[in-house]
Design a protein around this ligand. Sequence first.
Ligand SMILES: [Cu+2]
Length: 257
Amino acid sequence: MKEFFDISHLMGLPHNVSTHGDYLDYMTGIVHILMLVLFVGWGGFFLYTLFRFRASKNPKASYTGATGKLSTYQEGGVVLAEILLLFLFAIPSWAMIKNDFPAATEAVEVNVVGEQFAWNFHMPGPDGVFGRRSIDLIDTAINPLGVDWDDPASADDIVTVNELHIPVNTPIIANISSKDVIHSFSLPNLRVKQDAIPGLTIPVWFEAMETGRFDIGCAQLCGLGHYRMHGWLTIHTQAEYDDWVQNYMDEVEEFGR
Ligand SMILES: [Cu+2]
């Protein structure tokens, strides 16, 4: 049954590498199937009425219209299908993705801050504590997030632009916000898309199942440079990720912030 309704391979979606992506793809697939049934059904009905009520056979308009109950049952069937889709598939899947948040202690956390036209990433580093950030310390050239480098918690923090590195098979909590206009943090291969809104911090979580290098996009038209607001997501094995963090720390030690 599930195989029959799973048309995700026909929809041209990017290869899914997240644990929750299959639920969304399956949902998208069955909505497409329902829309196909409605399109063929209503289109056929339209063609039938053009023929059935053609002027040559119906010179005088009927003032009562159709008297059969069939269209009522059809409408009822469509409503029923949509209720089932909503309550059996859409709401449970969405609740699972939105509500079953992993504990922060088991997850890798990252602050994602959009700006025209780049994605800034701030990770707490090995101590798991984010350093203080202050709007007064923002310097677009050297400190785009305004991290307070005098705060002891900042010492091992990782700050990158358009480069997000995460470990595979580990829940990731991303706190999404924006410095200027509305952007949308988009990881097509992980089926993650969340608006980045100035003044709000919106958490999303996901877990990657495969390693690799994937696109980070901005899915809201955010200005003239929107087209070049692109970053890279690198999903490492745990060992590679630890190496990457270590390399980052070594470089900070050698070259400073
Ligand atoms: Cu943008």
